[in-house]
Design a protein. Sequence first.
Length: 38
Amino acid sequence: MDPRGIHYIVEASGCSEIIGQVDRMQEILVESARRANT
């Protein structure tokens, strides 16, 4: 097996409507990962 990273499965409730916007969530998570890596 060759994992390409760490994957998380989460259940979220009480979140803003942005949680349903896949493209926006991807942007937020990718930017967060970039900032965490610097």
